[in-house]
Design a protein around this ligand. Structure first.
Ligand SMILES: NC(=O)c1ccc[n+]([C@@H]2O[C@H](COP(=O)([O-])OP(=O)(O)OC[C@H]3O[C@@H](n4cnc5c(N)ncnc54)[C@H](O)[C@@H]3O)[C@@H](O)[C@H]2O)c1
Length: 272
């Protein structure tokens, strides 16, 4: 292929989409029935995607999201799958192919946070967290990439990491290790997948208003708000828009890196 052909193809890709940049794309979102995952699911559907919503609890929340999406003329299905199990991740990919014919975007969003230090950490908690946060993202990426390679026309894998892919938080040791691992998954597998035109991008939220932070005290919330240069805690809707931008043809030249979405938190000296 000549460089001229490549340039014209890329121009064509970037000019498509209009106000529904994900029109017809098939998207899986793990942990998709609450918090940031729900924000991504709702925005992807609003942008024209057909969505597979992965969940492990609260099936009624999944049903309510599907109902809203269908009411607006969109398409979504739920799939109960535990991302710490490779067979369940395969079930998710198979569901996308069975229901919608293909897979274009995999969002590895499911995650847990337990809050333990090196001193308090147990083997059981460490294994549980790492199997969900890191193993789930690694094998979710592997299986999604296998499907995308079979299709032969590229794809996008988005890993929801965190400011803590980079930023130590001693009160949450294994969480930080898992997000640091996702950082290197994104960079390393992103390089491997480049020739197949499969992009892998991390999105690193700062403090976002979701159930994962439900037990923060009002004092902790106020301290966080004070530490964020933009002055407020982010929303799942904002994260949904950023993930969909990255996944769309507006993001065709982004891969093997992380977009931080933290209201400037990491750059404020002494923020935490
Ligand atoms: N909220 C924040 O401030 C923040 C900041 C940075 C990163 N994140 C990341 O965003 C992602 C989403 O978190 P959230 O804040 O929306 O909280 P959340 O608790 O609403 O979302 C986590 C989701 O993962 C699901 N999940 C848990 N175990 C699972 C498993 N084994 N298989 C499949 N799904 C499972 C939960 O059911 C839930 O839907 C997480 O990876 C989290 O680390 C959140």
């Amino acid at each position: 292929m000549s460089p001229t052909t490549k340039k014209s193809e890329s121009t064509k890709a970037q000019s498509s989409g209009g106000d529904r940049p994900l029109e017809g794309k098939v998207v899986i979102v793990t942990g998709g029935n609450s918090g940031i995952g729900e924000g991504i699911v709702r925005e992807a559907a609003a942008q024209g995607a057909k969505v597979v919503i992965d969940y492990v609890s609260e099936p009624e929340a999944t049903e309510a999201i599907i109902k809203d999406i269908e009411k607006a003329g969109g398409e979504a299905v739920g799939c109960e799958a535990d991302v710490s199990k490779v067979a369940d991740l395969q079930k998710l990919v198979d569901t996308a192919v069975k229901e919608f014919g293909r897979l274009d975007v995999m969002v590895n969003n499911a995650g847990v946070e337990f809050g333990e230090t090196l001193a308090t950490l147990t083997e059981e908690k460490y294994d549980l967290l790492m199997n969900i946060n890191l193993k789930g993202a690694v094998f979710g990426s592997k299986l999604a990439a296998e499907q995308m390679r079979k299709q032969g026309d590229g794809g996008v894998i988005v890993n929801i990491t965190s400011t803590h892919e980079d930023w130590p938080m001693p009160s949450d040791l294994s969480y930080c290790i898992s997000k640091g691992g996702m950082r290197m998954l994104t960079r390393t597998a992103g390089v491997e997948l480049g020739p197949d035109r499969i992009r892998m991008v991390g999105v690193g939220p700062g403090a976002i208003n979701t159930p994962i932070n439900a037990d923060d005290t009002p004092e902790e919330t106020k301290a966080l708000e004070d530490a964020i240069p933009l002055g407020y805690i982010g929303s799942p809707e904002e994260m949904g828009k950023i993930v969909c931008f990255v996944a769309s043809d507006a993001g065709t030249y982004i891969t093997a890196t992380t977009i931080m979405a933290d209201g400037g938190l990491m750059q404020k000296p002494g923020a935490v």
